[in-house]
Write a protein that binds this ligand. Structure first.
Ligand code: NTF
Length: 825
């Protein structure tokens, strides 16, 4: 009887869902479902799914209000969400019924999912980490908001034309976005510029900003569905709209121009994501964006708190702001301003609250990524915040003085304002109650090198939180074949408890399991080969080794090392056609920042090398080189699943953590990498015998750097193979029409012309060691059983790298949140 009830309940759910989808087609498009386009079908299905989500969303917010625990506000300029629909469906408890209903409607879920544009509101690792964190927070029942910017144009679309990158604006909102809700009721004003007046009343000074320009910040909420727990959290992203409250009579007084300026400000502020990864451009508009979303997020967080509490001095008991890198560091000044100017706390009380509410994550040691703003620009744009930072700085310098009397060098090095600049990292560390790095090695480098002075003065603030990734998107959704295989072997606990995946370890030596595993990899390689054929027109051999480097293009990530090695291999094969060589497909995917010349030239080089090698019939397809256009979250899911070799070859010490490395591991690719970032911990988990490690250590790199670099000319002079490859950069071998084309790359390796340092990223220095490691990869792959074993062991030992673990560590050490259960009728 009970089971019959259950069945009929499921049937009821499905028919209700199907009815909804059809109704949407009717209401939105005046058509029947089979008459509308695929994209419209996506919209109809998305609305039907949203209908289920909304009930849980409401229930979640009610449960949170009732529990009255602490809420996390994860402040980030970037959330690289990718597509939402497919992920939402797999996370919902009713996933099976929804999938069946969609099938019964005669729709293909894959085709539907493909209609959704990626929400590309981020550059790379930092933004994708924020997205994984939101998934984990919801899955782990923690009250949390993501707070960010609703860029009209997200990360640009990359087109490859004649081998060169072209940037096309990514107009992701051109069509309706069914998965968001505009929340006009939470709109608030954000003010820029003008000057600060002091008014004396009631026995104290009040600071009022006058002559400012204002915009309305208007939030859009996107649901973040937890896995099977009824929790729906919120990603709140802010759009800017003009404040229209000028009256016509004042036009002649110049108010008209002011009004037009305000309108322009609103239009430009959320227009576009800055496409720089690990690089700070220092643009005024960027600072405006930062203040804009920080101020709006803080204003609403405080208002929400005061709805149910009356003592603003206890804000920290219910609220924590995590600053994702220094980009939202204005949180410190803006919170002080709101507490003092709007809620009338004195300095000491405001400081006490602020320093208990804010925490900071550092994501890079790359000096060109450090944010520092000229005080001229800063004080003009944010006069009151600047005043406050001056006072914070004055007090901080006093403290340094006290701790290190007479040590002026310390003050000079640690001050927040110095040399005419506001140093955002210094402000974040001074005010934050926690400072964390994103992998063990990275945190150690912060403590011993980059932030040494700060660590010495306040060691208690420093801690490590090794990054993680969500297995829900990057295995369950991205690789259903492997996900099912794992579930068949060890049950499905791994979906919310990744260390359980360790259970597959006992199959590492099992011949049958190895064959199944390798067959799944093969199926996924077929899927990627099909994608490559469709998008690149290149035929690749799914039996070849898929050797993959996908990530942002940056010199420190050393895509150049990879492609120079391909050039070297090609020379070898041409010289020794009889040489044994296991067929290899080198796959690249990378966007270069629009203004990053040498990075863009590296893309051209990869494509030029691909052209020559792929069209040389004499090598019998032993090497293929593929550059996948427009690498992004949605095609990444296909790529990881199909990879054999994971290239993680950054110059040691430069990659703070990396997270792609973890996604490859989760999908059974073997790491070929340096001892950098989280690679170190990956090797710790899986064992050095199941990875290919090469190159200098971070200590060696740092000690060379402290001594002004090394001399690449010695290598150029003594290593004929390397010299030959480098000469091919400038003799037209890969660019017959323009032999000078790649000269800047050649120069960057051998002269100080480009950056003041020759081969700043030690590419030639690590080349031989890399080539050796690559040889070992080939040998290992020839032994199919051995390879399968290593691949299975990679998956089995990936448990540590779930973002669920990372989030639990943040909760235990920094955020102190309480889990909230959400029950549905
Ligand atoms: C990036 N940092 C690092 O370069 C990656 O190694 C790391 O995995 C991610 O952060 C996430 O922690 C940045 O993008 C930034 F902004 F700090 F430069």
């Amino acid at each position: 009887m009970a089971s019959k009830n259950l069945v009929s309940k499921e049937e009821e759910f499905k028919s209700e869902f199907k009815r909804r989808v059809k109704d949407e087609a009717k209401m939105l498009y005046r058509k029947t479902l089979d008459e509308v386009s695929d994209r419209h079908k996506f919209v109809c299905v998305a609305y039907a799914v949203k209908d289920i989500v909304i009930d849980q969303w409401i229930a979640t917010q009610k449960a949170y209000d009732k529990a009255d625990g602490r809420t996390l506000y994860y402040l980030s300029m970037e959330f690289l969400m990718g597509r939402a629909l497919g992920n939402m469906i797999i996370n919902l408890s009713s996933r099976n019924e929804i999938k069946e209903a969609i099938e019964e409607l005669g729709l293909d879920l894959n085709v539907i999912e493909d209609q959704e544009p990626d929400a590309a509101l981020g550059n790379g690792g930092l933004g994708r980490l924020a997205a994984c964190f939101l998934d984990s927070l919801a899955t782990l029942n923690y009250p949390a908001y993501g707070c960010g910017i609703r860029y009209k144009y997200g990360m640009f679309q990359q087109k490859i034309e004649d081998g060169f990158q072209k940037e096309i604006p990514e107009d992701w909102l051109r069509h309706i976005n069914p998965l968001e809700i505009k929340r006009e009721e939470y709109a608030c004003e954000v003010r820029f510029g003008g000057h600060v007046n002091i008014e004396y009343r009631d026995g104290r000074n009040f600071f009022v900003q006058e002559g400012y320009q204002a915009v309305m910040a208007v939030p859009y909420d996107m649901p973040i569905v937890g896995y099977g727990n009824n929790v729906v959290n919120t990603l709140r992203i802010w759009d800017a709209e003009p404040v229209v409250h000028f009256n016509l009579e004042e036009f002649d007084k110049g108010a008209y121009m002011a009004a037009v300026e305000q309108e322009n400000l609103a239009k430009t502020i959320t227009e576009v994501l800055y496409p720089n990864d690990n690089h700070y451009a220092g643009k005024e508009l960027r600072l405006k964006q930062q203040y804009f979303f920080v101020s709006a997020s803080l204003q609403t967080a405080i208002k929400k708190y005061l709805k149910n509490h009356d003592d603003i001095k206890k804000l920290h008991e219910k609220v924590v702001f995590q600053m994702n890198d220094t980009h939202p560091t204005l949180t410190v000044a803006e919170l002080m301003r709101l507490l003092m100017d709007e809620y009338y706390l004195g300095w000491d009380d405001a400081w006490e609250v602020t320093t208990k509410c804010v925490a900071y994550t550092n994501h890079t040691i790359m000096s060109e990524a450090l944010e520092k703003w000229p005080i001229e620009l800063f004080s003009r744009l944010l006069p009151r915040c600047y005043q406050i930072i001056e006072e914070i700085n004055r007090r901080f310098c006093q403290e340094i003085e006290q701790k290190y009397p007479g040590n002026h060098e310390k003050v000079a090095k640690m001050a927040i304002i110095y040399d005419g600049q506001v140093k955002m990292a210094h402000l974040a560390i001074c005010a934050g109650y926690s400072v964390n790095g994103v992998a063990k090695l990275h945190t150690e480098i912060l403590k011993k090198q980059e932030l040494k002075d700060f660590y010495e003065m306040m060691p208690e603030k420093f801690n490590n939180k090794t990054n993680g990734i969500t297995q829900r998107r990057f295995l369950l959704h991205a690789n259903p074949l492997l996900a099912d295989w794992v579930t068949n072997k060890v049950g499905d606990d791994w979906i919310t408890d990744l260390p359980k995946i360790k259970g597959i370890e006992i199959y590492a030596d099992d011949k049958k399991a190895q064959a199944e595993f390798m067959n799944i990899k093969y199926q996924n390689k077929l899927r990627l080969a099909k994608y490559i054929k469709q998008h690149n027109g290149i035929e690749v051999d799914p039996r070849s080794i898929f050797d993959v480097q996908v990530k942002r293009l940056h010199e420190y990530k050393r895509q150049l090392l990879n492609i120079l090695h391909v050039m070297y291999l090609y020379n070898q094969i041409k010289d020794h056609p009889e040489m044994e060589f296991y067929p290899r497909t080198f796959i690249f995917g990378a966007k270069a920042a629009a203004g990053y010349k040498i990075a863009k030239l590296t893309i051209k080089l990869i494509n030029s090398v691909a052209d020559v090698i792929n069209n040389d019939a004499s090598i019998n397809g032993k090497i293929k080189v593929v550059f996948i256009e427009n690498y992004r979250v949605s095609n990444a899911e296909i790529i990881f699943a199909a990879s054999d070799v994971s290239e993680q070859i950054s110059t040691a010490s430069k990659e703070a953590s990396g997270t792609g490395n973890m996604k490859f591991m989760l999908n059974g690719a073997l790491t070929l990498g340096t001892m950098d970032g989280a690679n170190v911990e990956i090797v710790e988990e899986v064992g050095a015998e199941n990875a290919f490690i090469f190159g200098m250590s971070s200590d060696e790199v740092i000690s060379y750097e402290n001594n002004g670099g090394y001399d690449p000319m010695e290598i150029f002079n003594s290593d004929m193979d390397i010299r030959r490859v480098l000469m091919q950069l400038i003799n037209g071998f890969y660019s017959p029409q323009n032999p000078e084309l790649f000269r800047p790359i050649y120069n960057s390796l051998l002269t100080k012309e480009e950056t003041g340092v020759a081969d700043r990223y030690f590419i030639l220095k690590d080349f031989r060691s890399y080539a050796e490691a690559q040889k070992k990869v080939e040998e290992a792959y020839r032994n199919e059983e051995g390879w399968a074993k290593s691949a299975i062991l990679n998956v089995a030992n990936v448990g540590k790298f779930t973002s669920d673990r990372t989030i639990e560590e943040y909760v235990d050490d920094i955020w102190h949140l309480q889990k909230v259960e959400v029950k549905m009728d």
